[in-house]
Design a protein around this ligand. Structure first.
Ligand code: PLP
Length: 461
């Protein structure tokens, strides 16, 4: 039996090994040392908490997402603790788009998290997971009339408005409904979070928020409009931020100046929403400490007497998940060895979409210690983009061997598609030595459901 989950209060990064030499990938042991929920048991193979991943694959097949409940709780607690220690006590709203699995949301809700949602679907999921509407923030650059109406009817805690046009829309809807909408203004602080271009959101060229220079006039307009209660300001500058916290510090400094300017005009500001974006070490990026983020919040916004909120997604759930896959075959190509697995870019799109690096660790104890050689790990999908990694050191893997893609708990299942008519993979939650299916594998019948032939085609019924 592998060891039980370790003390949830110890520092997450305490076991950090020396970084791999530049250009060299971390070893399997180095990858596991950073991820305490994963251990290599000499008999049972790779374990998550107290459960052998091979047992999950035997019972439920692959590809399968597996999440560690202990890690979700531990990381939420670490973040809350860091904020408390810095005297920057904040409500933590989990960004549902990172992992919208109901059991994941429920686990986080039981541990005290609220939610940040970006669609009616996410709002419904958060409510279904038991998160109170007055603990949910609705963000997004294009909320529809129907979505705003639904959110107000639910009694949402806060809508983060992203444009002057949207403010007018919310006012009209709320007035018609006879309610007052609690609205914060999402500002674009024009800072460069130095992350991948597809996930940077706080530069003036990006579609998000309103220019910080336009914020005072719009906030005053909000205060004068019927149906709107201005509650504060918000930012979210990007995702997978690993280049220190200086971009946060600059953005929050601008927000603090804005809060003071608004108050000088006699406008009420109760809350500041600090957004998400804290990065995680997928390969060997320097792990950004939640304490550094908390320190940046405390130093800039700590003395304003506002309620603080943060909206992390990836930092909480990313390291908590793996994608378990089976090797279909190894193919000796003209120039290289290909390991073809039964997971593909429709399951985990991050490598294809963001050039992301994910650790890939063999599940069997024998594969774990076998000599490694470079290979490409690819899925079965009919395009070259369906490549998880190139030139990765892995042992020779027989058909049926299991591998785990690490750090797949955020923007993994949530970004899956059925491309190549591949059913959505199953999802499993591990908690100590228990595990349960928390989303069934999509059936072939469900893939076809909803499709119809028009009356003029032969075979229509
Ligand atoms: C995506 C998003 C987040 C979460 O980002 P992470 O990088 O996963 O922490 C938070 N707030 C808003 C508004 C978002 O769009």
């Amino acid at each position: 039996m592998a060891e039980r989950p370790r003390d949830p209060n110890t520092e997450e990064m305490a076991a950090l090994p020396a970084p791999a030499p530049a250009g060299e990938d971390p070893t399997f042991a180095e990858l596991l040392a950073l991820r305490r929920q994963l251990t290599m048991d000499p008999a049972a193979g790779l374990m998550m908490e107290g459960v052998a991943l091979a047992a999950i694959a035997r019972a439920h097949g692959t590809p399968t997402w597996v999440y560690s409940a202990g890690t979700l709780r531990r990381r939420l607690g670490l973040l809350q603790g860091a904020l408390d220690d810095a005297r920057a006590k904040a409500q933590v709203h989990f960004a549902v788009k990172a992992n919208p699995n109901l059991a994941v949301l429920r686990t986080l809700a039981e541990a005290g998290a609220g939610a940040d949602v970006v669609s009616e679907g996410e709002l419904r999921l958060a409510r279904a997971a038991g998160i109170a509407a007055d603990h949910i923030v609705f963000s997004g650059v294009g909320k529809t009339l129907a979505e705003i109406r639904y959110a107000l009817a639910e009694g949402i805690q806060q809508i983060n408005a992203e444009s002057a046009e949207e403010v007018e829309m919310i006012s009209a809807i709320a007035t018609a409904m006879g309610v007052e909408a609690p609205v914060a203004l999402r500002v674009n602080p024009d800072v460069d979070a130095k992350t991948h271009a597809k996930i940077t959101t706080g530069k003036s060229e990006n579609k998000f928020g309103i220019a910080i220079g336009d914020a005072p006039a719009l906030y005053a307009r909000m205060a004068s409009l019927p149906g709107i209660r201005p509650v504060g300001v918000a930012v979210h500058i990007g995702s997978q931020i690993t280049a220190g916290v200086s971009a946060y510090r600059i953005a929050y400094g601008h927000l603090a100046d804005l809060v003071r300017a608004l108050r000088a005009q006699g406008l009420p500001v109760e809350r500041v929403d600090c957004g998400g974006g804290l990065g995680i070490p997928y390969r060997d990026e320097p792990p950004p400490a939640p304490a550094a983020l908390a320190g940046a919040i405390a130093a800039t916004l700590g003395n304003l007497g506002v309620e603080l909120m943060v909206e992390p997604g990836r930092w909480i759930s990313g390291p908590a998940g793996v994608l378990l896959a089976s090797v279909i075959l190894q193919k000796t190509g003209a120039e290289r060895r290909f390991v073809v697995v039964d997971a593909a870019m429709n399951d985990l799109v991050r490598p294809a979409m963001y050039d992301a690096w994910h650790g890939i660790v063999p599940v069997s104890p024998a594969d774990y210690v076998a000599p490694i050689a470079p290979c490409d790990v690819v899925g079965p999908i009919c395009e070259t983009g369906d490549t998880f990694t190139r030139n990765r050191g892995l042992p020779s893997l027989d058909p049926g061997s299991l591998v785990a893609f690490l750090d797949a708990g955020a923007y993994g299942a949530s970004m899956s598609s059925t491309y190549n008519s591949r059913p959505l993979a199953a999802e499993i939650l591990v908690d100590g030595d228990r595990f349960a299916v928390v989303r069934e594998r999509q059936t072939q019948e469900a893939l076809l459901a909803g499709q119809k032939l028009p009356s003029w085609l032969a075979g229509a019924t």
